[in-house]
Design a protein around this ligand. Structure first.
Ligand code: 5GP
Ligand code: ZN
Length: 111
């Protein structure tokens, strides 16, 4: 059994509210949402953070986010993609993930 929380979600050992899935990528609701809509997109192959991903994995992730956001109101109304890295970035789960936030007006950085 993996000791990585998100690998365990991918394996179905821990339940999640899935919103997107294909061969490479899983999208699911964040358990502690920071916006009206808050999803996490992860690659099915484990890496610790975005700097460890290769271009194919990055392409898989952003293609999935594009497909997902185009199929609901997120694209039209707008959304934000964030990936926290290590200590100063505030990363708490060390399986690379991309937060997709929207569903309401988000605060602008620095204001
Ligand atoms: P980070 O802080 O590493 O950028 O993001 C980790 C995210 O995972 C947090 O937003 C947190 O709410 C979310 N999270 C932590 N544990 C779980 C869980 O068991 N299930 C789901 N769906 N989200 C989780
Ligand atoms: Zn993992």
């Amino acid at each position: 059994m993996s000791d990585c929380l998100f690998c365990r979600i991918i394996a179905g050992e821990i339940p999640s509210a899935k919103v997107f899935e294909n061969d490479h990528v899983l999208g699911f609701k964040d358990l502690y949402p920071q916006a009206k809509e808050h999803y996490l997109f992860i690659h099915k192959s484990h890496s610790k953070n975005v700097n460890e991903m290769d271009s194919t994995q990055l392409s898989d992730i952003f293609s999935a986010i594009k497909e997902f956001t185009q199929n609901n109101d997120l694209e039209e109304n707008g959304f934000r993609v964030v990936s926290n890295v290590n200590k100063h970035g505030g990363q708490t789960v060390f399986h690379t993930h991309f937060h997709v936030l929207g569903g309401e007006q988000l605060k602008h950085f620095g204001s």
